[in-house]
Write a protein that binds this ligand. Structure first.
Ligand code: UT7
Length: 322
């Protein structure tokens, strides 16, 4: 059976790290409040010379090197972002030019924090349909540019960064095939007002700032994520105990704990990076995945569940055998 097999990962963070203590010098907040409510201790903020495309390009270069392939052999680039360099063209085309694989398919997907899951789902479908053989899938964001730094309820929660993976179409045989086993994606546009940006090209003509009703988003996140994970496991006919690693969207340590508890997945099987780089939206799942592969926790053959939920609402999950 033709499967999309993960052959490399990479990630990249901006140079400047900003701790809670540093933030508390300019925002009416405290390290205690942020740690207790979210688990966040640090985030990275892009400098003037760092953009979504520069972060994405560095993460992509590392993923391509880890895969041991030439950039020119990539025939599909999908970049998930809500903070593109420009309204158009797609930031994926800038990354393509930086990497020197001009000519292949390249486009962005916008599903905010679930963007990477959406990009993985589209790449997998295109590989299995024969439209591409090697896909570079990237999640990259510079959320610092759309934060309202006067709004302490949101500005302390987010950070910038990028993560990337390379998927390759391979004929897999045997009872434990590698690759993406199942992906489920959902959206419910009725909840726009709970998490959105108050600007855009066709409404205000401005970029706008992020607005969120955090408590309501929290409640929906736990319910939606538990449900979508359950439907992925039902599709592949496996039990939650079979999951070796849960790699969730890193929004809030309390959401991660509550979701894992609801699913009966022990805490030591959950990859947590939200303490180090806060919520990096579409970048958070590939950043966490790369972290746990690089430190040796996730190994070849492991069953890994990726999941995310974000503005829209959008949410999704993908089960991969490494
Ligand atoms: O990636 C997309 C998905 N996004 C999420 O998943 C975010 C989900 N939501 C959350 O993570 C949490 O709801 C938050 C971390 C955003 C907030 O936690 P909470 O426990 O729901 O707190 P709250 O918003 O109900 O605020 C509690 C109190 C308020 O004070 P009063 O009204 O009780 O006096 C806030 O004014 O905390 C206050 N507060 C702060 N205090 C210090 C809000 N932000 C801050 C702050 N520092 N930064």
């Amino acid at each position: 059976m033709l499967r999309s097999v993960l052959i490399g990962t990479g990630s990249h963070l901006p140079r400047r790290a900003v701790s809670n203590e540093e933030l508390a010098k300019t925002v009416d907040t405290s390290d205690d409040w942020i740690v207790e409510r979210t688990g966040i201790r640090n985030r990275y903020i892009a400098g003037d010379d760092e953009t979504t495309s520069t972060l994405a390009t560095e993460a992509a270069r590392k993923a391509i090197a880890a895969a041991g392939i030439e950039a020119a052999s990539i025939d599909l680039i999908i970049l998930a972002t809500a903070t593109p360099d420009q309204t158009f063209p797609a930031t994926a085309t800038q990354v393509q030019d930086n990497l020197g694989c001009n000519g292949c398919i390249a486009f962005d997907v916008a599903a905010v924090c679930s963007g990477f899951l959406y990009a993985v789902g589209v790449a997998d479908a295109m590989i299995r349909a024969g439209s591409a053989k090697r896909a570079l899938v990237i999640g990259a964001e510079t959320f610092s540019r759309i934060l309202d730094w006067e709004d302490r309820a949101t500005c302390v929660l987010f950070g910038d960064g990028a993560g990337a993976i390379v998927l390759e179409g391979r004929e897999e045989t045997g009872d434990k095939p590698r690759g993406i086993l199942a992906t489920k994606l959902h959206a419910d546009g009725a909840h726009n007002e709970l998490l959105y940006v108050d600007g855009g090209p066709s409404t205000t003509g401005t970029v706008g700032h992020l607005r969120m009703k955090g408590r309501e988003v929290f409640r929906h996140a736990v319910v939606n994520l538990s449900s979508v994970l359950g439907s992925v496991m039902a599709e592949v006919g496996l039990a939650n105990e079979d999951i070796d690693w849960l790699v969730p969207h890193q929004a809030n340590a309390r959401i991660l704990d509550a979701t894992a508890k609801k699913l009966g997945i022990p805490k030591d099987k959950v990859v947590i990076t939200v303490d180090r780089h806060a919520n990096t939206s579409a970048a958070s799942v590939p950043l966490a995945l790369d972290t746990a592969i690089a430190d040796g926790r996730i190994k070849s053959g492991d069953l890994v569940m990726l999941e995310a939920m974000g503005g829209g609402f959008t949410w999704g999950a993908s089960l991969i055998r490494m």
